[in-house]
Design a protein around this ligand. Structure first.
Ligand SMILES: O=C(O)c1ccc[n+]([C@@H]2O[C@H](COP(=O)([O-])O)[C@@H](O)[C@H]2O)c1
Ligand SMILES: Cc1cc2nc[nH]c2cc1C
Length: 346
């Protein structure tokens, strides 16, 4: 049996945070006037153990996988779209390609569990299996498969971090993964499914009711142990979700700031945090997704999204758009003049 890699995530350097907070008050602006940018700058300094942290260049890791639960008619799109969108990522035409180029981020696409076989020189194939099983009928993954998918995430994050990225965005692509994420979140938080489920890629109201019923019945069928994040993940999860969880744990171990995207990414984050609570300290929620469960997941992490732009795409797109705000926080500390250096009276 595979075993989960033990995590050794360092605590934040709070003492340095205090010093950076003092320094920010010497910059040429009324104290506190840069609001959340000031909080971000302090949090990043504490994460990176550096008073002048950098988040550029960012790395974007997109994990793609299929879901057996798609067979229950829970998405507005057919399963093949997962594979087709992977080709679009590889050809540079998806939203995440555009936004990654805009922020100068390296983008890697990992096939961790797409149903079909995709061949492309730029695709990282690190596949655990060809999609999860239909969790309405059986466990989505075996214990070994879930642990392997987490290990894939760790391995791919390590490769990207070794290339010198200063922050990481985890994105995903997987038709039906809002169904999986809603089921995971319901068991993780104990909240009613109907309060968490949304339209995903754009289903009708009628289908939404069907999606809620499928999730409720699946939760009853699978009987996941609410106190065991791996049991929940393997029974109701997705391979790309497990991959993101593993990548987040690894990034936190290396003190690399993690920028969360939407609903699926934040549910993966909550699993990582249930496995290793200190991991939450390394996370920043980039944006608030339209998917209703997202806010529940964000609140469970005790976070606040940076922006709300009405996005519900996934791929890491919202995190990439929010990245510039985080970059501004870094530049504020490293580039602004102090009252003393600028000769301005306090
Ligand atoms: O990130 C989000 O908040 C988000 C919200 C709704 C949909 N998505 C994306 O849409 C796909 C899942 O939607 P669905 O309807 O097939 O479950 C998957 O590829 C996600 O990346 C993503
Ligand atoms: C076209 C399309 C693009 C996506 N990107 C992430 N999830 C997606 C789902 C669909 C349907």
């Amino acid at each position: 049996m595979n075993t989960i890699h033990p995590t050794t995530i360092p605590a934040l350097n709070k003492e340095l945070g205090e010093q950076v907070s003092g320094y920010i008050n010497t910059l040429t602006k009324p104290p506190g006037s840069l609001g959340r940018l000031e909080e971000l700058a302090i949090q990043l300094a504490e994460m990176k153990n550096n008073p002048f942290p950098k988040v550029s260049p960012a790395g974007v890791l997109v994990f793609a996988a299929d879901h057996g639960i798609a067979a229950e008619g829970v998405s507005a799109f057919p399963q093949e779209v997962t594979e087709q969108m992977v080709m679009n990522f590889l050809n540079g035409g998806a939203a995440i390609n555009v936004f990654s180029r805009q922020i100068g981020a390296a983008l890697k696409v990992v096939d961790i569990g797409v149903a079909g076989e995709i061949e492309h020189e730029a695709l990282i194939v690190d596949k655990v299996r060809n999609g999860t099983r239909n969790f309405f009928e059986e466990d989505a993954m075996t214990y070994d498969e879930a642990v392997e998918a987490i290990a894939v995430g760790r391995r791919q994050a390590e490769k990207l971090i070794e290339e010198g990225i200063e922050s990481i965005i985890l994105g995903e692509m997987g038709i039906a993964n809002t169904t999986s994420s809603s089921a995971l979140l319901a068991v993780l938080t104990g909240k009613p499914v109907k309060d968490l489920v949304g339209y995903g890629t754009g289903i009708t109201n009628e289908r939404l009711q069907h999606k809620i019923e499928i999730i409720n019945q699946s939760i009853e069928n699978r009987k996941a142990d609410a106190a065991d994040p791996i049991d929940i993940l393997r029974k109701l999860g997705g391979l790309e979700i497990a991959g993101m969880t593993g990548a987040m744990l690894f990034a936190a171990e290396r003190r690399v700031p993690i920028i969360l995207d939407g609903f699926i990414s934040t549910v993966a984050a909550l699993i990582a945090v249930r496995m290793a609570p200190v991991c939450a300290e390394y996370m920043i929620v980039g944006h608030q997704s339209v998917e209703p469960g997202h806010l529940t997941a964000v609140e469970a992490l005790e976070k606040k999204p940076l922006v709300n732009l009405g996005l519900r795409l996934g791929e890491g797109s919202g995190a990439a758009v929010a990245f510039s705000i985080i970059e501004s926080a870094c530049r504020m500390v490293s580039e602004m003049a102090t009252f003393e250096s600028a000769g301005i009276s306090k």
